[in-house]
Design a protein around this ligand. Structure first.
Ligand SMILES: [Zn+2]
Ligand SMILES: [Zn+2]
Length: 94
């Protein structure tokens, strides 16, 4: 049987892990945001709102990661001509 002390110790352990993860996420995300300062604020750089729903917050030719007009507006397969992004990167931890 778990004693109250053991239960508290376990809860503190989880809180510690959650705290560490939050700090890790904040660091990683801050670095990413600094690197790609012009990313789309709606989809956070991923280019999609859900699995099958493309983000249309910006014109089609605007790269969702670097913010340059680097995407072919006709939707043909062509990664961003400036940074190489192609619906494969965004804010790392959300
Ligand atoms: Zn977007
Ligand atoms: Zn780009």
């Amino acid at each position: 049987m778990t004693t109250l002390d053991e239960a508290f110790a376990e809860a503190e352990c989880f809180a510690h892990i959650a705290h560490e993860f939050a700090e890790y996420a904040a660091t990683v995300n801050a670095a990413w945001r600094e690197l790609w300062a012009n990313h789309c604020p709606v989809c956070h750089g991923w280019g999609t709102k859900s699995l099958w729903d493309y983000c249309d917050a910006m014109p089609a030719e605007i790269c969702r990661r670097c913010g340059s007009a680097g995407i072919a507006p006709d939707g043909s397969y062509s990664p961003c001509r400036y940074c190489g992004w192609w619906y494969d990167d965004g804010v790392p931890v959300t």
